[in-house]
Design a protein around this ligand. Sequence first.
Ligand SMILES: [Zn+2]
Length: 339
Amino acid sequence: MKDLPARRLLLVHAHPDDESINNGATMARYAAEGAHVTLVTCTLGEEGEVIPPALAALAADRDDVLGPHRTGELAAAMKELGVTDHRFLGGAGRFRDSGMMGTEQNERPGAFWAAPVDEAAAPLVEVIREVRPQVLVTYDPDGGYGHPDHIQAHRVAMRAADLAADPAYGTGAPHTITKIYWNRVERSVVEAAFDHLRTTAPDAFPGIAAVDDVPGVADGDEITAEIDGSAYAGAKAAAMRAHATQIAVDGPFFALSNDLGQPLLTTEYYQLVRGVPGAGGGARESDLFAGLPETGGLQEAVREVASGSAPGAGPGSASGSRPGSASGARPDSASGEGA
Ligand SMILES: [Zn+2]
């Protein structure tokens, strides 16, 4: 893939809209900075509830054409974020939205939740070996909030990362993703943002969500990276607005079909679960590529020194050799990156 940019970021999501809510600012920032951003969405979100009354007939229990409609919403959202490489896992419609946990849709033939993990991982391995991303972003094992498609997206993404690195698996050159992150939202930040919503816009929506309704909420010590996307707040909000059947945006707040307001966060949070942190001394990373010299992502603790002049403190001097790295770290550079 010698035509691809040096920095390559892969995001795996369950439904159209999840990417914009969770990572919209991050995606817009890296796309604007010239990284190759690849989004793989696992289902078309066919079982979503529809917010605008005029579009109610799209829903699964009526005309059941919400999936194709949301494909168009996703394309519009990607335009807002500047992301051109977007794919559905296995092709559009290969896996169907499984509905909320415990519904009969969970086990329907074709439902993403009902698919064997290895079967669903196979097409993602192909994407990984084609794009050769250094960084993968997906959900935690609970999918952030227990939705079966989000849990399955986590399982499939983690499994595909392992399979893609296995030379004995499938066709194509193996590729090891160097850093894997799970989506997080910092509890204290979201609590403050809810306070702001309650005091400044208490009537913006019929109700206000609870902190624990927000997927991926975690305490600060679990969060290892925060991406300041405030310069891309407008792009994120526009992308979320493009998902009009699913999201109602009002200033710095939004609501899903439950009509409960919540903050629209433009700093996005992550937990590194595989790979070596690129920030020293336990500090949070401010770049998902930090510590990957071949991508220009310098060790963040080193960067200030390096900008001073210290020779030998630049890229390549310290990668992957620091003690105290994340458990399960594999500081390999075995990704075989060509020029
Ligand atoms: Zn979702």
